[in-house]
Design a protein around this ligand. Structure first.
Ligand code: SAH
Length: 373
C-alpha cells in the first residue's frame, strides 16, 4: 500500500474489430486465431470477464487481464415505457451521458444507439440539438451500448436473438463521427461478433454528402436520410446542413449509394411539423422529387419537447400526406411513435452534455466547420 501505481490505460476490447483484435493478440505473441476465440466469448457468449474464457490458457488470460478489459458505459437510469420500449441513460467515463433505446416489435427488436455526446447539426426540431455538442463517442462506447443492452435484455447464447436491428438514430450525427462509427458497424455485422445481417444496421444522416459517398464505397450498412423538406428553401431552414449540401447533391449521393451497394432503396425520414412541411403541396413536391427513384419515405410524427416552437401534424394531415405520396408513385409509411411517455421517442434524447464546445446560438458556430471525416 502507499506505493505509486502506474495507471497505464488498458485497451477496451469492445473498440477493436476482428482485424484489430488479431493485431492485438499477435503483438502479445499469440496466434491470430486467439482473436476469433476472444471475439466469440465477448460477443456470442457476452462474457465480460477473462476468467470465464475457459478455453484460453491461464497464462494468456492473466496477461490479457493486465493490459485489456471489456468495459461498457455505466447504467445511470433504466426506464420502461407502457409500450415496452426501454431507455437507458448511460454515463461515460468522461462524466457525460448518452441515451440508448430498445424498441420491441413482433418478430424484431430494434436498438437505437447514440454516436456522439450531443450534436452539431442544429436541426430546429430536434431536442438533441438544443443540448449542444461535446464530443464523438469512440468505437468501444458505441459497441458498448449494444453489448450492454444485449445483457440487460437477457441475451442467452443459444436463445433467440433479442436485438435484431441496430439504428444509429440516437443522439448525434453518425457520419460526423465516421472513423469510429464504421468500425463499430463492422463489429456489429461480423458473423463472429454481434452477427447482425448487413441491412439490419442502419446509419441515419442529416446529409453529410462526402461521408455518404465514402460509406457507399467502403461499407455495407443500410442508409437512412433525414430529408424533412421537399425544397432547398425550407430544408435549409430546418436542417442547416442543407446550406452546404443542397437537395440535388444529397439525392445524387443517395442514388450513388443504391448503385454501389446494389441496395433496394434509401429510406427518407420526414418529420411531420404542423403547418411547416406537412401541406398537400409539400407532398406533391416530394413525390415529384422521388418518383421513379429507389426511395421509401418514412413519415415521423413530430415528438415535442420543452421549449420547442413546433407542433405535431394532425393524424389526418399525416395520413393525407402519405396518401398523396403513394398516389404520386412513392412508397410511404408512417412511423408509429414509441416510448414517448419516457421521452424515448425520435428527437427526444438528450443525455447530459457537459462542457459544450458548440451551443445553439443562431448560426454563429455553423456546425459544418467542425465536422470531421
Ligand atoms: N443525426 C441523424 C440521426 C439522429 S435522429 C439524422 O439526422 O438522421 C433520428 C431521426 O429522428 C432523424 O430523422 C431526425 O430528424 C428525427 N427527429 C429529430 N427530432 C425529432 C422530433 N422531435 N420528432 C420526431 N423526429 C425527430
Amino acid at each position: 500500500m502507499g506505493e505509486a501505481t502506474t495507471t497505464t490505460a488498458r485497451t477496451n476490447l469492445l473498440g477493436l474489430t476482428r482485424t484489430g483484435l488479431e493485431a492485438f493478440v499477435v503483438a502479445m505473441g499469440e496466434k491470430p486465431f486467439r482473436a476469433r476465440q476472444l471475439f466469440k466469448w465477448i460477443y456470442k457468449r457476452a462474457a465480460g470477464d477473462f476468467d470465464a474464457m475457459t478455453d484460453l490458457g491461464k497464462d494468456f488470460r492473466r496477461r490479457l487481464a493486465a493490459i485489456a478489459e471489456i468495459r461498457t458505459p455505466d447504467i445511470q437510469l433504466s426506464q420502461v415505457s407502457a409500450d415496452g420500449t426501454r431507455k437507458w441513460l448511460l454515463t461515460l467515463e468522461s462524466g457525460q451521458a448518452i441515451e440508448t433505446v430498445f424498441i420491441p416489435e413482433p418478430g424484431r427488436g430494434t436498438l437505437c444507439i447514440s454516436s456522439q455526446v450531443g450534436c452539431q447539426m442544429d436541426c430546429g426540431f430536434c431536442s438533441t440539438a438544443q443540448q449542444g455538442f461535446n464530443r464523438n463517442l469512440d468505437t468501444a462506447e458505441i459497441v458498448g451500448q449494444v453489448w450492454l443492452a444485449n445483457r440487460e435484455l437477457g441475451y442467452a447464447p443459444d436463445g433467440d436473438r433479442v436485438i435484431t436491428n441496430v439504428v444509429f438514430m440516437g443522439m448525434g450525427e453518425p457520419l460526423a463521427n465516421y472513423r469510429n462509427v464504421v468500425p463499430a458497424a463492422e463489429i456489429m455485422m461480423d458473423d463472429l461478433g454481434l452477427d447482425l445481417s448487413r441491412r439490419r444496421v442502419t446509419v441515419s444522416t442529416s446529409g453529410l454528402v462526402p461521408q455518404m459517398i465514402r460509406i457507399a464505397d467502403e461499407t455495407n450498412v443500410a442508409l437512412a436520410v433525414s430529408l424533412h423538406a421537399p425544397n432547398d428553401e425550407l430544408r435549409s431552414e430546418i436542417v442547416p446542413i442543407n446550406r452546404k449540401h443542397p437537395i440535388k447533391e444529397l439525392l445524387d449521393a443517395c442514388w450513388h449509394y443504391v448503385e454501389k451497394q446494389n441496395a433496394r432503396n434509401v429510406t427518407f425520414e420526414y418529420v411531420m411539423l404542423d403547418g411547416v412541411n406537412d401541406r398537400p403541396q409539400h407532398a406533391r413536391e416530394l413525390a415529384q422529387l422521388l418518383r421513379g427513384h429507389p426511395a421509401k419515405v418514412n413519415l415521423i410524427p413530430f415528438n415535442p419537447f420543452p421549449g420547442t416552437v413546433f407542433r405535431r401534424s394532425s393524424e389526418v394531415a399525416i395520413e393525407r400526406f402519405r396518401d398523396l405520396l403513394i398516389k404520386g408513385g412513392v412508397m410511404a409509411t408512417i412511423r408509429r411513435t414509441r416510448g414517448d411517455d419516457i421521452d424515448a421517442a425520435c428527437g427526444q434524447l438528450v443525455g447530459r452534455v457537459n462542457d459544450r464546445v458548440t451551443t445553439r446560438l443562431g448560426q454563429k458556430t455553423f456546425p459544418v466547420a467542425v465536422v470531421q471525416g
